[in-house]
Design a protein around this ligand. Structure first.
Ligand code: SI3
Length: 335
């Protein structure tokens, strides 16, 4: 952890601090490309709905030891980032960076917000604490209507953290911003020199494939965000994936990645079908962030707590059925 972070009171870090940090403190594992699996961090909460920083140490150890996952995406969709205050987002970012030091390869902080100054503030903060990357979602109340408006917004945030790799977080089912990424990438490095890649949480594999075909997955990192069809995205060349299920199915999904790389497509398909069988089952019951928190709680034993309203707790019936389903799956590795 940076000395700066240890000295400054949480949750606030000054703009001067951010400026001082820049390149020097921006990586958990400096220079290591973001690839493989990235867990979309859940935000643990106490029963009365406050953020619960005290279990993040245990959470990091669980991901590394039990799930073999060493990258984390903080304050995104699964982390209820847009339902948290700026102060809470900063506290969480600091705690993940602090606990991830020497254990995680990448701690990416989602700094998107509807308000540009808030997003910029979060970007400066992420730089100051030594995050390995920042990501930004498209603003979704007043929306950009074309590529230029979206890039202008992203640029204004990215430029506040000039030494930190920047990722665009594309999730049109939630933002309603359907600007094609293929279009967005055209000339992006001229506007955003820190641009490093895309977290692509959409089912449009044509758009994704065109992005990869035109830019090459060596130039940018393409991380896929629809866990139930990751194998399709691997086939078009993504570098990895960011998702909620890697919190508790990370080890199994890694086995799928290994089978795909070998290549043993039949084995990779087996893993994808089984992961899909579980997700198909829970999606039919009603599956979202609240249910992810419940599943992670019973799989890991770490209390993730309730979601923040308007989301409501997963029902006892959901928990019982989801647990029975997960327990019933026989994985190819015999587990
Ligand atoms: C809409 C949504 O929450 N999508 C998830 C998926 O991991 C999703 O939970 C999974 O594919 C199951 O449907 C991720 O893309 C979200 C994510 O990475 C994040 O939390 O930022």
């Amino acid at each position: 952890m940076s000395e700066l972070l240890q000295r400054l009171p949480s949750p606030f870090l000054s703009r001067e601090g951010a400026a001082r940090s820049k390149l020097s403190k921006c990586s958990m594992t400096p220079g290591k490309k973001l690839e493989g699996l990235v867990a979309a961090a859940i935000t643990p909460m106490t029963p009365d709905g406050q953020i619960n920083l005290s279990v993040i140490h245990q959470y990091v150890d669980y991901l590394v030891r039990e799930q073999n996952v060493k990258n984390i995406f903080v304050n995104g969709t699964t982390g209820e980032g847009l339902s948290l205050s700026i102060q809470e987002r900063k506290q969480l970012a600091e705690e993940w960076v602090r606990q991830g030091k020497d254990k995680l390869d990448h701690v990416i902080i989602h700094v998107g917000a509807l308000s540009l100054p808030e997003s910029q503030d979060l970007a400066r903060h992420a730089a100051a604490i030594g995050a390995s990357g920042i990501a930004v979602i498209a603003p979704f109340f007043f929306k950009p209507t074309n590529k230029d408006e979206l890039v202008a917004f992203l640029q204004k945030v990215a430029s506040e953290a000039p030494g930190v790799p920047f990722y665009y977080y594309h999730i049109p089912p939630l933002t309603g911003v359907k600007i094609r990424v293929e279009e967005l990438l055209d000339g992006i490095r001229e506007q955003i020199p820190t641009f490093q890649g895309v977290k692509f949480s959409d089912t449009d594999l044509l758009d994704l494939a065109q992005c990869i075909n035109k830019n090459g997955s060596e130039q940018f990192a393409f991380l896929y965000g629809v866990d139930e069809q990751l194998l399709g995205a691997l086939a078009v060349g993504v570098n990895g994936a960011v998702g909620s299920t890697y919190n508790y199915l990370g080890r199994k999904t890694k086995l799928m990645l290994q089978a795909f790389a070998k290549p043993d497509l039949a084995l990779a398909q087996k893993y994808q079908f089984l992961i899909g069988e579980f997700l198909n089952f829970v999606i039919k019951l009603g599956f979202g962030v609240a249910q992810t928190k419940a599943v992670m709680t019973f799989v890991s034993g770490i209390p993730m707590g309730p979601p923040r309203p308007p989301l409501v707790n997963a029902s006892e019936e959901f928990i019982a059925k989801a647990k029975a389903k997960l327990d019933s799956i026989v994985w190819p590795d015999g587990d």
